[in-house]
Design a protein around this ligand. Sequence first.
Ligand code: BGC
Length: 283
Amino acid sequence: MSARSTRSKDSSDTNQSAVDQGETTAQANESPSTESATAHDDPKEIANISLADAERPLTLCIDIGGTGLKAMVLDAQGRQLTDRARIETPRPATTDAILRTLVHLVEPLGEFDRVSTGFPGVVQAGVTKTAPNLDPSWTGFALGAELTELLGKPVKVLNDAGVQGHGVVEGSGVEMVLTLGTGMGCALFVDGKYVPNLELAHHPFAKGKTYEQYVGAKALVKVGKKRWNKRVLKILAQIEPIWNPRVIYLGGGNAKKLSVILPDNVKVTDNVAGLLGGVKLWA
Ligand code: BGC
């Protein structure tokens, strides 16, 4: 089945956020932004190696987000062959719309040998089970198989926070990754081994709100940066004595909006780690 022939079910936008992720953006019907160095405010988003110097295999790393779709090609050592391309997540964010937009996004990126994809929901054996911030058509969708067919290369699909975690964990003890973006991602690693699909985001937290409703992008817009920062501290204080992680890494597009002093074992990571982790998935 191709992207064109995938079924697109009708649904409403469940949780769209217009929060500015501070990233270079393009509308879904425009060209994705990729090449211009000045289009990126973070130098880590810019290509730093040429194809001639790259070490194979080349990994096309895709991050499907509730607000943006992102992609770049990395070599075997995690060096960037392309700038990070980004385009707005189409709405409604159906399987069909996202696959078509992804094909458009990766088309200018050139050669790659394999594909790693971060997905904002539960993924089991390449099949997406939930997608709280996308569209119901993702329930039970064989994303891995579809992308393999569309892109003609081997594909791995994992929860987005899981991919990010692969890019940042040190591999010792219990390490937790929380991503602050449209939703709240969570990934747990024990001695470097990933424990998949820990969906802390939807666990009740305070005043009838889940963690995600408390610190997700909608909450940030609603309560403003100052209160949102305090909320992040509150969730960290709740998580710490229950999970006792050695380190908590905070990533995602909104992590750069953190201005409070964080506990010693909490580290803010680069948003690009979400894509860099894609190479490690194949280790
Ligand atoms: C999903 C998680 C995802 C997170 C960040 C949540 O709504 O349930 O699986 O990691 O959003 O995208």
